[in-house]
Design a protein around this ligand. Structure first.
Ligand code: TXA
Ligand code: MG
Length: 298
């Protein structure tokens, strides 16, 4: 594919490229290009304190950037990669402070998208890539969204619509505790199951608040018009309101979430009302979705 060679040329010359993943579109740069990394922050208007996730083509490449890779990380990577899980690990000297916001750890992810996997493999460049939206805005789930967010000049590899629709589950491993820093579509139950055969005595999988961006990102994923969450499923739309009755299937909801936000803000609506069945609050499959809704509604 010609487009991939064009993207490789841009990455090698210190430019940024919009890349498709199964979760959301990213704005990628070579981890070895200071100019490319700076352009990510500049283009997104993102503060430097918020570290970037590094995208790799396989477990080998992930290990080549980590100073420690334990059996639990290896097992999780084998179970969930390529896929929507970011694994935090202690970094080595190949990963610069610009990427990690001077933290000693790095977030690593092997995305489940053929175009981006091919791009990373053919270039042999690990790619730092945040979601390709302006800081605090709704993540893009189609190539056209990236241009709407960041301008026509950004080169974007078009991989169609993202099939997962919300950002990856971010986890770290501390002893036998798996800490979930950002909920995605992978549940604690699924994580536990994947580690079953290791027979760990003290295994626990829990949600934690992130140590690298404490409190700063309470507002996020925001459309240009207000979002309100209601539990009254019989609510009827008032003038100017875009009302979305959340579907039963959490994977479908995740896939539609940001696309619905964008659709509503682009049309004549002045407010987005999301009707959420209260029973979802006790269902782990909705944690990622409810987390995004809560921040969007702040
Ligand atoms: O699905 C995804 O993860 C998408 C696609 C493009 O891969 N990427 C994404 O990147 O959501 P971004 O930059 O929008 O969000 C990255 C999150 C931030 O909240 C950041 O604080 C956290 O990852 N993060 C990055 N490095 C970290 C680290 N070393 N420890 C803890 N959290 C980290
Ligand atoms: Mg983001």
């Amino acid at each position: 594919m010609n487009e991939i060679y064009k993207a490789i040329g841009l990455l090698r010359s210190g430019e940024v490229v919009g890349i498709p993943t199964e979760t959301v579109y990213g704005l990628g740069a070579s981890i070895y290009s200071e100019s490319g990394l700076n352009k990510i922050f500049h283009t997104k208007e993102r503060p430097f304190f918020n570290p970037l996730i590094v995208h790799v083509s396989d477990i080998e490449m992930a290990k080549s950037l980590a100073s420690d890779w334990c059996e639990i990380r290896e097992t999780l990577a084998q179970a969930f990669w390529p896929g929507p899980m970011t694994i935090i690990a202690p970094k080595n000297e190949k990963v610069s402070d610009l990427i990690t916001a001077a933290h000693s750890t790095v977030g690593l992810r092997c995305p489940n998208n053929e175009i981006t996997l091919e791009l990373i493999k053919k270039s042999n460049l690990p790619l730092a890539a945040p979601s390709a939206n302006k800081f605090k805005r709704v993540s893009p789930v189609a190539a056209t969204h990236v241009k709407e967010e960041l301008g026509e000049d950004v080169f974007v590899l078009d991989g169609g619509e993202c099939q997962v629709g919300i950002e990856s589950t971010i986890i770290d491993v501390v002893g036998e505790t798996i800490k979930i820093y950002r909920p995605g579509t992978i549940t604690p139950e699924e994580i536990k199951k994947s580690l079953n055969h290791l027979n760990l005595k003290n295994l626990s999988v829990e949600f934690f608040s992130s140590p690298v961006a404490p409190g700063q990102l309470k507002e996020h994923y925001k459309p240009k018009i207000p979002v309100v969450v209601k539990n009254d499923l019989t609510y009827k739309a008032q003038s100017g309101e875009f009302v979305w009755l959340m579907e039963e299937d959490p994977y479908l909801v995740a896939r539609n979430l940001y696309a619905n936000f964008r659709k509503a803000e682009k049309e004549i609506f002045s407010k987005i009302i999301v009707l959420v069945d209260e029973k979802y609050t006790n269902d782990d499959r909705y944690v990622g979705i409810l987390n995004r809704l809560e921040k969007a509604a702040k």
